[in-house]
Design a protein around this ligand. Structure first.
Ligand SMILES: CC(C)(COP(=O)(O)OP(=O)(O)OC[C@H]1O[C@@H](n2cnc3c(N)ncnc32)[C@H](O)[C@@H]1OP(=O)(O)O)[C@@H](O)C(=O)NCCC(=O)NCCS
Length: 149
């Protein structure tokens, strides 16, 4: 494989981000609302100082991304989405995205952010093992609940 490079997601990546997100069964919530984030939301997210929005690219191809957000009040880093395209998995791309995301969270709010969390389906072994490898503790299983307001 050509070397992959991790950098900031760009607005020009958004359609590919959405397309990959919608295809990803692991992101599906089982509820009726939209199953991925909209173009408008992603545009705001990429330009938000509290956002962690990173792309992994091989040449010009987007092969993976991570989307997270620093919640200033609660002082929590939340990892919303981490994905690597099927044909690029098992090559260290996910690890690199996670490492860089952790580094970015550490720098949020002048170095105040000291906690990161995420939601992972209980049968998503690859992600659970990846998080464990980076020192995350695997806790209880909860149900996802939501409501449009
Ligand atoms: C989770 C995911 C991002 C991992 O990306 P990746 O580039 O394949 O990961 P890496 O090659 O960096 O692997 C790092 C570690 O993850 C774990 N891992 C990755 N794939 C695995 C698999 N199929 N089974 C078990 N563990 C696995 C291992 O601990 C691995 O470390 P090792 O190589 O030393 O054993 C990828 O599988 C993916 O996109 N899954 C679908 C989306 C998803 O579920 N995202 C998380 C929910 S937000």
């Amino acid at each position: 494989m050509e070397e992959f490079v991790i950098g900031k997601l760009s607005v020009t990546d958004i359609s590919e981000v959405i397309s990959l997100g919608l295809q990803t069964e692991e992101f599906q919530t089982g509820t009726d609302s939209a199953q991925f984030t909209s173009k408008e939301t992603l545009e705001g997210w990429i330009n938000d100082d509290n956002g962690v929005t990173l792309a992994a690219k091989v040449a010009d191809e987007l092969v993976g991304y991570v989307l997270g957000y620093y919640l200033q009040g609660p002082n929590d880093g939340y990892l919303n989405f981490l994905i690597v395209k099927q044909e690029y998995r098992g090559l260290g791309v996910g690890s690199n995205l996670l490492e860089k995301a952790i580094d970015e969270f550490k720098n949020k709010s002048g170095g105040r952010c000291d906690h990161i969390f995420s939601l992972v389906k209980p049968d998503n072994e690859a992600t659970l093992r990846l998080f464990e490898k980076y020192g995350f503790q695997i806790g209880e299983t909860f149900n996802y609940v939501e409501k449009m307001i």
